[in-house]
Design a protein. Structure first.
Lengths: 382, 148
């Protein structure tokens, strides 16, 4: 991983630039960061049906040639790590030399995730949900989290600690949309319910912007401006029938990492105790609880003890979490801001730098399928 | 027009079968006040939502089988934030996932009728209530739930 770049992050609908222009700006920023001529990019990777299409980007940037264009199927933000995996796979397979992974969003231009508008009839999965007011992600995921809390005795305070840690980290991060807008326990408790058990602050923001990451083969990685960061492992997918419609996944109260987390650790050759810092996609805080447990950081029954504010903050909490502010408080760049923050941690350039930064994890999109994850490492971990 | 017989206001998306007809028997059944769930003739597995193939034994053409609309609450949520213009002035409502033990424990999502502020208990027994919308275009019916 040789370059990272992002645009300014905006409130949803507030970007002065259209979505495609945001994508171009982020990609150029990543190239500038790496010290790479953008024309050298020969592959593009994204997820969640990003509208900034690879061939148009290649034409706009005047790349010498296009050799890889991969789109991760389904799962929305659950693809944020899978897109990186697809890019790395293209490089390792010899299909491409320099792949940019990116996500661009201008919700003013294209509409929000959190509102169901302009739909007269629905069929398939949505037809079993929307007529009952289960319309948008908060309502789609609250019942999974409710069941998880019921099965394992997880309390609201565990969810709250995750929100507080993200907001705490955002206060030191000038990129963060919630920079200068701190959150405390009282404000969290007093905030309105979106869908029980989610308070307002348990839910991600919606934002405009773009973020990009450049990958080359490990052999070339030290030819660029920054200390390189290595991809030690990546995995994506979900367990048996996770996509069974109308909430019929056999393993219901899950973040979808029951099979994916073991795959990740196996590829990376490390275990949970080796990981010093985690960026875990917060569509909703409850999904983070599940995702961290499924990655072996604690047992579900230990969630209340483990998930405290003190344990989750940089520089030296037990497991510093979402050190840029993440989807809750930095920017909902559909999770891609989390990948960039993991790179910063390994580079030692985070605004909330942790002490144990050699091995950093990213977890994408809990409760969706396919979900995905990454483990990044410094040169010392190779 | 939404009468008092409807739990949520009119204007939410209307359920229809896919163009290929996969779920048409389910929606037609609700309109007749019957709950139909797919069952495999070969291996007797139950399946919901519908699919063209049995996930267990890969037989095609599962049989739509009438099931008593009764079950128990598997999970729930109380929704406060309106994610649709039709819900703007409505206030909270409760959605539930109901498990049907008599049909292989398939699950269905619906609303829990009654006071939206009621205490909801996971595991509580509920019975189905068919909620008909003959005035909608296209007309449709939903399956709601109330405590038993």
């Amino acid at each position: 991983m040789i370059g990272i770049g992002e645009t300014e992050y905006y409130r949803h609908g507030a970007s002065p630039d259209p979505e495609f222009k945001l994508a171009l700006k982020a990609i150029l920023a990543a190239c500038e960061d790496a010290g790479l001529d953008p024309r050298e990019i020969d592959g593009f990777a994204s997820y969640s049906d990003d509208r900034s299409e690879a061939s148009r980007l290649a034409a706009a940037l005047g790349t010498h040639r296009l050799r890889s264009a991969t789109m991760q199927w389904g799962g929305g933000g659950g693809g944020c790590c899978a897109a990186v995996a697809n890019a790395a796979a293209a490089i390792v397979a010899g299909l491409a030399d320099c792949v940019v992974v990116f996500r661009s969003l201008a919700q003013g231009q294209y509409g929000r995730f959190g509102q169901a508008a302009g739909i007269h009839t629905v069929s398939g999965e949505r037809s079993y949900l929307m007529p009952y007011g289960v319309l948008a992600p908060p309502q789609r995921f609250a019942m999974r989290v409710q069941r998880y809390m019921h099965e394992h005795g997880v309390r609201q305070e565990a969810l709250r600690a995750i929100a507080l840690a993200s907001y705490h980290h955002a206060q030191a991060n000038p990129r963060a949309v919630m920079y200068g807008k701190p959150l405390d326990a009282g404000k969290y408790d007093a905030s309105r319910w979106i869908a029980e058990p989610f308070h307002l602050y348990d839910c991600c923001m919606e934002n405009d912007g773009a973020a990009a990451l450049l990958l080359v083969s490990a052999e070339r990685a030290s030819d660029f401006r920054h200390k390189p960061v290595y991809l030690l492992g990546a995995a994506f997918g979900s367990g048996h029938r996770a996509a069974a419609t109308a909430h019929n996944a056999p393993l219901y109260a899950t973040a979808s990492f029951d099979t994916v987390a073991p795959d990740l650790y196996r590829m990376a050759g490390v275990g949970p105790s080796d990981v010093g810092v985690v960026q875990a996609y917060e569509n909703f805080t409850g999904g983070v609880v599940m995702a961290l447990a499924e990655h072996g950081f604690f047992k579900p029954e230990e969630a209340n003890d483990f998930l405290t504010f003190e344990n989750l903050i940089a520089p030296s909490g037990r497991l510093p979490l979402n050190t840029s502010g993440g989807n809750l408080a930095e920017c909902y760049m559909h999770g891609f801001e989390l990948v960039l923050e993991a790179v910063r941690q390994v580079r030692e350039t985070s605004t909330n730098q942790v002490r144990r930064n050699d091995i950093a994890m990213v977890i994408g999109g809990p409760m969706v399928t396919p979900a995905s994850n990454l483990i990044l490492g410094s040169e010392a971990t190779l | 027009m939404s009468g008092p017989a409807h739990y949520l206001p009119a204007g939410l998306p209307i359920p229809v079968s896919e163009p290929d007809g996969l779920s048409a028997p389910y929606w037609a059944g609700l309109r007749e006040g019957r709950l139909l769930v797919q069952r495999c003739d070969r291996c007797t597995s139950w399946q919901f939502g519908p699919e063209w193939i049995c996930h267990h034994c890969h037989a095609f053409d599962l049989t739509w089988t009438e099931v008593e609309p009764a079950g128990r609450i598997f999970s729930w949520e109380r929704v406060w934030h309106p994610s649709h213009a039709a819900l703007k002035q409505h206030g909270p409502y409760v959605a539930v996932v109901v498990e049907l033990p008599q049909a292989g424990s398939v699950r269905m999502v619906g609303n829990l009728l009654g006071d939206p502020q009621q205490t909801v208990v996971i595991g509580a027994e509920v019975e189905g209530v068919f909620e008909h919308h003959p005035e909608a275009d296209p007309a449709f019916s939903l399956l709601q739930w109330r405590p038993r």
